[in-house]
Design a protein around this ligand. Structure first.
Ligand code: ATP
Ligand code: MG
Length: 390
């Protein structure tokens, strides 16, 4: 973290020595004023991208069409973006084209909220044309300029306002909130992956309840897949986004998969949520040896957490999954000494759904201690259970 700042300061110093203006902008400035640890220390400059590249030995083009050059210095790497204004907005999304400008004020003016439109110089002084520090002090999210126009330009900004309210616990200023209410339907223009990225940050925010409340009060929730039900989130706190998605999924009932898929969650993410829902089910049923074998600690903990928040009265195993697994005859399905092809050889039968079924029964019998994990014993058991009943 400190390294990131060192790197940014060294980049600014070199740009200044070459006769350019350079400042720290965006989230890092906001978070520093808030006393929060800042990640991504971004630098903005009046040097054109080609000029930035000429000042440093090591650079990489990471978004040169938007004016961003990655500068690599001994302390680390820094994203350096040329002052710019956004071009024409089409489709209520951020423009593909930008215009580079030489004035810091123009660059700050295109930014979304006052708290995100503050620049910090190398000497620690601030450039703050829009009262950003005062708004941070008061805990207010306020659009830069006319909120109605700003949200018409780029609809994602509305969801960013809500996301910041969850992350920082800030209030959305009333004209800004009113403009979101007016423009909420425009959120449909935004790609679901980008909406997902904002929801990821809401789930892990320090005041999720406020975020969901704002999602409903702003009307944005009406235009997003699924139902949010703010009152269900009042005690929610998550250190991982997937815990949020699992909790959200449970609120959707039967159709949870369709809802999560519409946010473009990956198969892996859906898999985690499915396991949590299965674990929740197992908690409700009463927990079996098979369940211990199937779930990971994180899945169980998430399921427990969801059960607690939803005030489900369930039996909750107090021990950890690894401890419970240690007491089982086998710790993993792979430890079974018999596999599907053994069954085919022994029976002389054709493969079919019965193989999977038999393996499952065998696994259950072994895990429950009714059958030893021993080839000879399993062979006798399977002959008795499967091959001799016609
Ligand atoms: P985080 O801590 O989540 O990274 P951030 O404020 O740094 O928050 P970024 O998405 O990294 O957010 O954007 C960096 C800066 O770029 C913002 O602080 C803001 O000044 C500007 N910005 C980002 N997205 C938009 C947008 N949609 N419209 C206007 N300005 C934006
Ligand atoms: Mg950032």
């Amino acid at each position: 973290n400190n390294k990131e700042w060192q790197a940014a300061y060294s980049v600014i110093e070199q740009l200044e020595n070459a006769g350019f203006e350079a400042v720290i902008v965006g989230g890092a400035v906001r978070d520093t004023i808030l006393g929060r640890p800042a990640h991504d220390v971004d630098v903005a400059t009046n040097a054109m991208p080609e000029e930035v590249k000429s000042v440093f030995n090591h650079t990489a083009d990471i978004g040169i069409q938007h004016g961003t050059v990655l500068v690599i210095v001994p302390a680390g790497s820094v994203e350096v973006t040329t002052f710019r204004t956004d071009g024409q907005y089409t489709d209520h999304r951020r423009p593909e084209e930008v215009q580079f400008v030489r004035s810091l004020q123009d660059d700050l003016q295109r930014r979304d909220f006052t708290m995100n439109a503050i620049a910090m110089c190398r000497d620690g002084s601030f450039v703050d044309f829009y009262g950003g520090r005062q708004d941070i002090e008061a805990g207010i999210i306020r659009a830069v300029g006319n909120p109605q126009i700003r949200f018409t330009e780029d609809a994602l900004r509305m969801l960013r306002a809500v996301r910041f309210s969850a992350q920082l616990g800030f209030e959305i200023e009333s004209a800004t909130l009113k403009a979101i209410q007016n423009k909420a339907a425009d959120i449909s223009w935004i790609a679901n992956e980008r909406i997902k990225a904002e929801l990821d940050k809401i789930w892990t925010g320090k005041d999720v309840f406020k975020g969901i409340l704002m999602l409903e009060q702003s009307s944005l929730a009406n235009y997003l897949p699924g139902s949010f039900e703010a009152k269900q989130w009042c005690d929610f706190k998550a250190h991982h986004k997937l815990i949020g998605w699992a909790y959200f999924a449970v609120l959707q009932g039967e159709c949870w998969q369709d809802v999560l898929r519409s946010y473009r969650l990956s198969n892996k993410e859906i898999g985690f949520v499915r396991a949590v829902i299965a674990a929740l089910d197992a908690l409700k049923r009463g927990w079996s040896n098979m369940d211990y074998l199937m779930f990971t600690q994180q899945e169980l903990e998430t399921a427990r957490y969801v059960a607690e928040l939803r005030e489900l009265s369930v039996h909750i195993p107090q021990q950890s999954i690894p401890e419970l697994q240690a007491q089982l005859p086998i710790k993993h399905q792979k430890e079974l000494v018999v596999n599907g092809s053994d069954l085919l050889t022994w029976s002389g039968k054709k493969g079919g759904p019965w193989v999977k079924e038999a393996l499952q029964k065998m696994l259950e019998a072994v895990v429950n201690g009714e059958l030893q994990n021993d080839r000879q014993q399993i062979k006798e058991w399977i002959e008795h259970e499967y091959f001799h009943e016609g």
